[in-house]
Ligand binder design. Structure first.
Ligand code: DOR
Ligand code: ZN
Length: 352
């Protein structure tokens, strides 16, 4: 069989994205807007986006920074805190611009200090979200320093997610950036309305990538460090099977998370992989590896919209089979950001 030389698909959406703010946001936004019609924009700014009014202001800043002629639509989220009120949830729902509420366990990751210290404190907010049908988007990792970093997602599912879903069985839930076989299995089999996003990096790399170059040389590679951290190869295989499989519960969310180069290449480097400039190409590479390019459109362009109750996009994009090298760095406000896979060759390229 001849390998395809181009793929055309309905314009995809990114159901999990960090855009940051200010000049840095203005630099990374065009990469996403070129590829995707819409994105669920994470609220972990400093200070976080905790009110519908702040979400509307942040949305306006994003729209103002779009390249001329772009029809990209940011879908906003609120940052859940111990103090999020029922009124704020109702305001978010009726704003029409807020599409989910993000749960960061306090201290789990970048700018999560104001996150939830104990999910039981969020009873009123969660009840209201369930009633108003506003989805809960979850960073699913426990933060107990005693728990091994590689086990934190599994422990979260057992200790937090299961009880949470028993208490709020009607709540729509997205388990973000899943990284393990157990998470994929739980999402595939659980009752009720639950879905999961999967990043391109968790489909393409296992945890060796943090410690080894592609040709096997040893060395810490901070640009491959994100949270939840990359896991073993068997988990990557399970995620690939989930993404390319039959279940409509798995869809695209890049978790593209830019940090200044110097804050990644640092004695205490930040978590986050910047993939926005090559996202759909990286997913195409992963799907092709699994012999499932024909499934890419469903994963990238249909399932997320269906889960969020939004219309599917009508525009299209084309990827050409044309090797290109991911650039060493890209503009990021007053500094630069190093994209994931910088210097590596990708076989597919978005055709303008
Ligand atoms: O690696 C990550 N980076 N994981 C997250 O959950 C947050 C993100 C960020 O905002 O940098
Ligand atoms: Zn994220």
């Amino acid at each position: 069989m001849n390998a395809a030389t181009s793929i055309t698909l309905t314009r995809p959406d990114d159901w999990h994205l960090h855009l940051r703010d200010g000049a840095a946001m203005a630099d990374v936004l065009p990469h996403t807007a070129r590829q995707f019609a819409r994105a669920i924009v994470m609220p972990n700014l400093r200070p976080p986006v905790t009110t519908a009014a702040q979400a509307a202001e942040y949305r306006a800043r994003i729209v103002a920074a779009l390249p001329a002629g772009s029809r990209f639509e940011p879908l906003m989220t609120l940052y859940l805190t111990d103090n999020t009120s029922a009124e704020e949830i109702r305001r978010a729902r009726s704003s029409g611009i807020v599409h989910g509420v993000k749960l960061y366990p306090a201290g789990a990751t970048t700018n999560s200090d104001s996150g939830v210290t104990d999910i039981r404190r969020c009873k009123v907010a969660l009840e209201t979200m369930q009633r108003e049908d506003l989805p809960l988007l979850i960073h699913g990792e426990v933060t107990d320093p005693q728990v091994d970093v590689f086990d934190r997602e599994g422990r979260f599912i057992d200790d937090v997610l299961l009880p949470l879903r028993r208490s709020f069985p009607g709540l729509r839930v997205v388990l973000e950036h899943i990284t393990t076989r157990a998470a994929a299995q739980y999402v595939a089999e659980a009752e009720g309305r639950i879905a999961a996003t999967i990043t391109a990096h968790h489909l393409l790399y296992n945890r060796n990538a943090i410690f080894l170059t592609p040709d096997g040389r040893a060395g810490v590679r901070p640009h491959y460090y994100c949270l939840p951290v990359l896991k073993r190869e068997m988990h990557r295989q399970a995620l690939l099977a989930a993404a390319t499989g039959e279940s409509a519960r798995f869809f695209l969310g890049t978790d593209s998370a830019p940090h200044p180069k110097g804050e990644k290449e640092n004695a205490c480097g930040c978590a986050g992989c910047f993939t926005a400039a090559s996202a759909i190409e990286m997913y195409a590479m992963a799907f092709e590896e699994a012999g499932a390019l024909g499934r890419l459109e469903e994963f990238a362009s249909f399932r997320g919209a269906d889960f969020y109750g939004l219309p599917r996009n009508t525009g299209r994009i084309t990827l050409a089979r044309r090797s290109w090298t991911v650039p060493a760095e890209l503009a990021f406000g007053r500094t630069t950001v190093v994209p994931l896979a910088a210097g590596e060759t990708l076989p597919w390229q978005l055709a303008d």
